[in-house]
Design a protein around this ligand. Structure first.
Ligand SMILES: Nc1ncnc2c1ncn2[C@@H]1O[C@H](COP(=O)(O)OP(=O)(O)OP(=O)(O)O)[C@@H](O)[C@H]1O
Ligand SMILES: [Mg+2]
Length: 265
């Protein structure tokens, strides 16, 4: 296992029955790096993240976070990680204010510091009016903002973000991207998943392109772009080709139209 790496994954696999959700993947996340897991729906991004957090048991392979084994040291690891889940896990019967206080207590933080940071982040995401509202009553995007703040408020060394920008409006997307950048400028590392090439390109130092549980491309944007140049295509085209999303949408729509004509209507 690599010494100077925040995350090391070796030959990691997880199957659900016949479905090879994660199929013998290898990658490393180095300190200060933003590493992207990029792939279409069902590629295995969330499964990889859940394995790393010790929320799922691997079929085979090795994982280390800060040199620790997520299967044995998950509590230790969780203290040093901020996690934004795909499905918000946050306590809906609390207000953001209560949640930030709760996080302060479990993370051993000063209550005033946590409240101040939470307040400032909410303000930056234009969600201050919801500070004293029950999380259950917030809109999807505003819940997502609270979840992101809850993950970063204790300034963890590593952020693991599963599609953190989903549901956010354009302005909030910009602010969250800046928060991610600031986190790494401060020495932190980030693992995040997305299905959008543009977002990965803008934010990531390195990307692993996932398709059907396998890593089909890995490297810096420049390295991936260089590979794309060699085959005479743009990066986006190569991403779509590697992830088998290059079938023309026109063709798909044509097929769909034909099936509608043949009996559904
Ligand atoms: N608990 C589960 N039981 C059975 N199959 C599962 C389970 N979780 C995931 N899968 C399957 O594993 C594959 C990978 O799913 P995963 O959620 O990791 O994809 P993803 O890349 O996060 O996709 P998305 O972009 O839609 O979030 C899919 O085929 C999915 O149906
Ligand atoms: Mg997912």
């Amino acid at each position: 296992m690599e010494k100077n790496s925040v995350i090391t994954v070796k030959n990691l696999s997880k199957f659900f029955g016949e479905v090879k959700a994660v199929n013998s993947i290898n990658f490393q996340l180095r300190p200060g790096e933003v590493f992207g897991l990029l792939g279409p729906n069902g590629a295995g991004k969330t499964t990889t993240i859940k394995l790393l957090l010790g929320l799922l048991e691997p079929l085979e392979g090795e994982m280390r976070i800060f040199g620790l084994d997520p299967e044995k040291d998950d509590i230790n690891i969780k203290q040093r990680v901020g996690y934004v889940a795909e499905e918000p896990l946050i306590f809906k019967s609390l207000t953001p204010r209560d949640l930030f206080k709760f996080i302060a207590s479990i993370r051993g933080m000063d209550d005033m510091v946590a409240s101040k940071r939470g307040y400032e982040y909410l303000e930056s995401l234009e969600a201050l009016p919801y500070y004293h509202k029950l999380i259950a009553t917030l809109s999807h995007g505003n819940k997502q903002k609270v979840q992101i703040i809850a993950a970063i408020i204790h300034e963890p060394e590593l952020l693991i973000l599963d599609e953190p920008l989903s549901g956010l409006d354009a302005k909030s997307v910009k602010v969250v991207k800046e928060i991610i950048k600031m986190h790494t400028q401060d020495g932190g590392s980030v693992l995040f998943s997305t299905h959008i090439m543009e977002i990965a390109e803008e934010l990531c130092d390195r990307i692993a392109i996932l398709n059907k549980g396998k890593i089909v491309g890995i490297g810096t944007i420049d390295e991936l772009r260089h590979q794309a140049d060699k085959v005479g295509a743009g990066l986006e085209d190569v991403f779509l080709r590697l992830t088998e999303q290059d079938a023309s949408v026109d063709e798909i729509v044509k097929k769909l139209r034909a099936s509608y004509k043949n009996g559904r209507r």
